[in-house]
Design a protein around this ligand. Structure first.
Ligand code: 5RP
Length: 224
């Protein structure tokens, strides 16, 4: 296992230790969260833990089901704690998420959680957000209008493809990846993007993060 994968596994397993009996747990999406979900599944099988999960994507839904995690929905339960990955984390704990295209449902679950913990390997830590593009989920019929409005905000939009077909989100929408030269004010940009008609949700998370567990070569570092 390479060092980055080891770091993901380390923080995924550490996050599983933070989950208490009886909690409703938001299950994020991605290769880091996979380790967390698998560990939760093991604990449930060993009767160490009795919890309910709320998945943030079909990917997490299927994985959680395969791991034997009992599932519920936001219609029925509030989220006690959400664990999710990220593509970038800055020093103020602002995030870019959505490389896997799941940021809309992730934001619904993560922002509603009483506690939100992010798990990443050290390659995700940046001084300022914007190395990666910001994923924006859009209603397909609004594509051109949204792209024009995004350019006015200084972004360079490109439609995400899978082979020759536009990539379709779990909600049946397109994803635009938007590159910005710099993101000075993540909270403002998050709001400005969501104000564009046709935008469902964007991948800037500027709120609600309680803690970031960072896997490093020397163990886990906690950012608060
Ligand atoms: O936002 C996400 C999916 O939409 C993921 O949480 C993010 O892309 C991090 O994924 P990984 O742990 O695989 O690097």
């Amino acid at each position: 296992m390479d060092s980055r994968t080891l770091q993901k596994k380390l923080v995924g397993y550490e996050a599983a230790k933070r989950i208490k009996d009886g909690q409703v747990v938001g299950l994020g999406t991605g290769t880091t969260v996979r380790y967390f979900i698998e560990k939760l599944g093991e604990k449930i099988k060993e009767r160490e833990l009795d919890i309910l999960g709320i998945p943030t994507s079909y990917q997490s839904f299927l994985l959680a089901k395969n791991c034997g995690i009992p599932l519920t929905t936001l219609e029925e339960h509030d989220v006690d704690i959400a664990i999710d990955g990220a593509d970038e984390v800055d020093k103020k704990l602002n995030l870019i998420k959505g490389k896997g295209g799941a940021h809309t449902q992730e934001k619904i679950v993560d922002y509603s959680a009483k506690k939100f913990i992010v798990i990443v390997d050290e390659s995700k830590i940046v001084d300022e957000l914007g190395k990666s593009p910001v994923p924006v989920e859009v209603i397909p019929s609004s594509l051109r209008m949204v792209c024009e409005n995004i350019k006015k905000l200084g972004g360079k939009p490109s439609l995400r493809f899978y082979k020759y077909t536009p990539w379709i989100s779990d909600n049946g929408n397109f994803i635009i990846d938007v590159k910005f030269d710099s993101i000075g004010d993540p909270s403002r940009l998050e709001k400005e993007l969501n104000n564009i008609p046709g935008v469902v949700e964007n991948g800037i998370f500027s709120k609600n993060v309680d803690e970031v567990l960072v896997g490093t070569k020397n163990g886990i570092k906690v950012l608060k």
